[in-house]
Write a protein that binds this ligand. Structure first.
Ligand SMILES: CC(C)(COP(=O)(O)OP(=O)(O)OC[C@H]1O[C@@H](n2cnc3c(N)ncnc32)[C@H](O)[C@@H]1OP(=O)(O)O)[C@@H](O)C(=O)NCCC(=O)NCCS
Length: 204
């Protein structure tokens, strides 16, 4: 069962960063992305190297840490809910990505889910799966979202598998909606509806 950790005080909140943990499952923690210099520097140093962003718009334009901070600030002002993805293990903890709910439509009760694991060592370890479920469940159970949707380049098979396994369905295909590697790529729209969402028998 994925832990619904929002707002719950926890006995292991021993320092400030842990106190900022909002959602948690195993060693994956979603924390408020504070937008401080240190987080922004880590984020931009990975993203500018383009290690995991080849199939995303993010990373197309060089970003200074101050630009990243500005983007997060604007998104937050627009009502987006943004988390830093933190991984904890025996050696400590590290900031490895971000995810969140964007493009909020109040009347439709809809949100767009986005995720980026920027640390290449952390790709392919089910962290994306965990984060996707945590955020989507939070959207439905806490924000009363009716619908959560996302767009993913059709070549990004890892991401599509991750979202399918997390309970999203394919809804359509936008022809030539993205451009990278010198050519256009089509984008798959995926979505999940509140009263149909079932992330799988292993976590419910
Ligand atoms: C996409 C992303 C969130 C997925 O998270 P992840 O933790 O790396 O992926 P997971 O380990 O949860 O799951 C990946 C699944 O895809 C499978 N997969 C990987 N490469 C694949 C490929 N080329 N074809 C088919 N399946 C593939 C894996 O085997 C795994 O399935 P399994 O658990 O049944 O073995 C993460 O890799 C990421 O942030 N990537 C960089 C940025 C990005 O692409 N963001 C998404 C933009 S829409």
């Amino acid at each position: 069962m994925y832990r619904k950790a929002w707002g719950e005080p926890r006995s292991d909140d021993s320092n400030r960063m842990e106190g900022m943990t909002f959602l948690k499952q195993g060693n994956v923690e979603l924390r408020l992305l504070e937008g401080d210099e240190s987080d922004a520097r880590t984020w931009s140093s990975f993203v500018n190297r383009g290690l995991t962003t080849q199939m995303m718009f993010t990373g197309s334009i060089p970003m200074r840490s101050i630009d990243a901070q500005e983007v997060w600030k604007k998104e937050r002002a627009n009502g987006s809910v943004i988390f830093g993805i933190w991984l904890k293990d025996d050696h400590g903890e590290k900031f490895i990505g971000d995810c969140g709910l964007y493009s909020h439509r109040d009347i439709y009760k809809s949100w767009e889910f986005r995720i980026l694991i920027f640390d290449p060592d952390c790709v392919g370890h089910k962290i994306g799966h965990t984060a996707t479920i945590l955020v989507t469940q939070y959207a439905f159970d806490r924000l009363n979202a009716h619908r959560v949707w996302l767009g993913v380049v059709e070549d990004n098979l890892r991401a599509i598998k991750c979202y399918l396994d997390a309970g999203y369905r394919i809804e359509g295909r936008l022809v030539d909606d993205a451009f990278f590697g010198g050519k256009y790529h089509s984008v798959i729209r995926m979505g999940a509806i509140q009263n149909e969402w079932n992330p799988g028998p292993d976590i419910r």
